[in-house]
Design a protein around this ligand. Structure first.
Ligand SMILES: CC(C)(COP(=O)(O)OP(=O)(O)OC[C@H]1O[C@@H](n2cnc3c(N)ncnc32)[C@H](O)[C@@H]1OP(=O)(O)O)[C@@H](O)C(=O)NCCC(=O)NCCS
Length: 274
C-alpha cells in the first residue's frame, strides 16, 4: 500500500514510501515520504511537531506524549541509547518516534513506569522501549506509525535487542493495530503514575517466535474489567479488529519475562502474578 523501498545512506537506514491520504482524503499518486534517523539538526522541527501534536491531543491520546521545546530535543538526541526517527515530506517533519535501549529493569521502569513485568532474564538482556509515537493529524491514516514501528524493530535487531516494549493508553485504540500488526502482544495492564490513566503493556519477542492458538476471545477494547480478568487467567492480547473495536485474547503459557513476586492482575479479590 505504501510501497516502501529501503536504502542505506551514510550507514543509516532510509525508507521511502508514498502517502495515500492527506487530511483524511484519498490521493492518487500521493507525495513521497522519507523515514530516517533524526539528529541535532532536526531539533527545531521536533519542537514544532511536538507542539502541534500536543495541541491536537484528544481523550486517550495523552499517554506519555509530552510537549517538549526545541532545547529538550537538543539534549535528548545526544543520549547514545536513544534513537529518534522522523518521517519527512520534502523538508517538513510530519511524524516522529523513538527507540531507547534499556539494559536493566531500572532503566526499563524509567521508560515504562509501573510495569509489573521484568524482561531482564540475564545481564546481557537489552529491551528497546518504543515511545513518543506521533503523526500530524493531516497525515494520519497512512499507516505511518505501523511503518515507524517496523523501522524501529529493524533498528532494535541491529542493536542486538532481545525484545521491544511499549505502552498504550487503553482508550487509544488507534495505536493498537500498528503494534499488533508488528507482532506485539499485550501482557499486562497498569496505572500511569503521571496521570492515573489506564495503560497496557505491549511486548514483542525479537529472539523467539511463538505460535499462538488460532482462536481466541474477542472483547471490546473499553471493557477494562473483563480484559483484566482475562489477563489474570493467563490470556494475552494478540490482535485488534477495527470493524468491531475488539481485542482478541488467547491463552498461552509463552511468557518472555521473569516470574517475580509482583501482582499482574486481581480477579475476584485474588492476586495473580504468574
Ligand atoms: C497514534 C498515532 C501515531 C496513529 O497515527 P497513524 O499511524 O496515522 O494511524 P493509522 O494510519 O493506523 O490510522 C488508521 C485510521 O485511524 C484514524 N486515526 C489515527 N489516529 C487517530 C486519532 N488520533 N484520532 C482519530 N482517528 C485517528 C486514521 O485517520 C485512519 O482512519 P481511516 O482508516 O479512516 O483512514 C496518531 O493517532 C497520533 O499521533 N496520536 C497522537 C499521539 C499519540 O496518541 N501517540 C500514542 C501514545 S500511546
Amino acid at each position: 500500500m505504501n510501497n516502501i523501498q529501503k536504502y542505506t545512506i551514510n550507514g543509516h537506514s532510509v525508507w521511502r514510501g508514498r502517502l495515500n491520504k492527506i487530511d483524511g482524503q484519498k490521493v492518487d499518486n500521493g507525495p513521497h515520504f522519507t523515514i530516517r534517523p533524526l539528529s541535532g539538526n532536526d531539533a527545531e522541527n521536533m519542537g514544532i511537531l511536538s507542539a502541534e501534536i500536543y495541541r491536537h491531543l484528544g481523550l486517550g491520546e495523552e499517554c506519555f506524549i509530552h510537549k517538549h521545546e526545541t532545547s529538550y530535543y537538543h539534549q535528548a538526541i545526544k543520549n547514545p541509547d536513544t534513537q529518534y526517527i522522523g518521517v519527512f515530506v520534502g523538508e517538513k517533519l510530519i511524524a516522529m518516534s523513538y527507540l531507547k535501549i534499556c539494559r536493566n529493569h531500572q532503566q526499563f521502569s524509567d521508560e515504562i513506569p509501573n510495569s509489573p513485568l521484568n524482561f531482564f532474564k540475564t545481564s546481557d538482556t537489552r529491551i528497546a522501549a518504543l515511545g513518543a509515537d506521533s503523526v500530524l493529524p493531516a497525515y494520519r491514516g497512512n499507516n505511518l506509525n505501523q511503518i515507524m514501528i517496523d523501522y524501529r524493530l529493524e533498528l532494535a535487531k541491529n542493536l542486538h535487542c532481545n525484545g521491544a516494549a511499549s505502552i498504550i493508553d487503553r482508550s487509544n485504540h488507534w495505536n493498537m493495530p500498528p503494534y499488533f500488526n508488528n507482532g506485539f502482544r499485550m501482557y499486562a495492564t497498569a496505572i500511569d503514575p503521571a496521570d492515573g490513566g489506564k495503560i497496557a503493556l505491549m511486548h514483542h519477542n525479537l529472539k523467539t517466535k511463538t505460535d499462538l492458538p488460532p482462536r481466541g476471545v474477542n472483547v471490546h477494547f473499553a471493557s477494562f474489567n473483563l480484559i483484566d480478568k482475562l489477563l489474570a487467567r493467563g490470556y494475552i492480547g494478540c490482535g485488534y479488529n477495527k470493524e468491531t473495536s475488539t481485542l482478541t485474547f488467547v491463552q498461552s503459557n509463552q511468557r518472555p519475562f521473569v516470574k517475580q513476586n509482583i501482582i499482574l492482575a486481581v480477579y475476584k479479590g485474588k492476586a495473580y502474578n504468574f
